[in-house]
Design a protein around this ligand. Structure first.
Ligand SMILES: Cc1cc2nc3c(=O)[nH]c(=O)nc-3n(C[C@H](O)[C@H](O)[C@H](O)COP(=O)(O)O)c2cc1C
Length: 177
């Protein structure tokens, strides 16, 4: 008998079960930011995915009725900041629905005038090249027009909790880019 506490039957998940299922997929944490009609907006996400290398395209998925999603739709641009392990407070600050965003903290500004999180492991500025509505989310594909990165411990997120990544100190994967 297996000792794992798995349900005896598969179910068609509701939103909460979907969140718990996919919560087992450990991710990094990023903040997506945008500027529209003189207002700066941003929110914490973990739906960031690399889609294409040449040209460089990434994808984000934003719930309907977020201030950030509206600004991305209106401006056709967004930026992402990939957070380091010490930036959990930033992740929490940018995840409060309707909460203050840029009143506290340190930010840089990209050439296109988008705010990004200072000290993030990576920052990228994107031009929306495709967008669709999928279920209850808006999915944006952004071509990266400028980016930079630095070394550091990434912030991780799993089953609703923040943590840190620990590598096994094995050989790096022989991927060539
Ligand atoms: C770790 C983490 C990851 C999140 N990922 C997403 C995401 O990918 N898409 C999304 O729509 N909301 C995501 N959220 C929730 C938003 O950050 C939250 O709803 C935000 O406050 C919305 O901004 P608003 O004030 O404009 O409504 C995430 C929250 C956390 C803590």
């Amino acid at each position: 008998m297996s000792e794992m506490a798995v349900p005896a039957v598969f179910i068609e998940p509701d939103g909460a079960a979907m969140r718990r299922t996919m919560g087992r997929f450990l991710t990094g944490v990023a903040v997506v930011t945008a500027a529209y009609e003189g207002e700066q907006v941003g929110m914490t996400i973990n739906s960031l995915t690399s889609i294409s290398l040449e040209p460089p395209i990434l994808m984000i998925s934003l719930n309907f009725n977020t201030r950030t999603g509206d600004a991305v739709l209106g401006s056709g641009k967004f930026a992402i900041s990939i957070l380091g392990a010490k930036q959990e407070p930033v992740a929490r600050q940018f995840a409060v629905r309707g909460g203050a965003r840029f009143e506290a903290g340190d930010f840089d500004v990209t050439a296109a005038g988008l705010p990004v999180i200072r000290g993030a492991l990576a920052q990228a500025e994107c031009q929306v090249v495709d967008q669709r509505t999928v279920g209850d989310h808006q999915v944006f594909f952004g071509q990266v027009t400028a980016s930079r990165y630095r070394d550091g411990e990434p912030l991780a997120f799993s089953s609703g909790k923040f943590g840190a990544f620990r590598d096994f100190n094995h050989d790096a994967m022989p991927w060539s880019f």
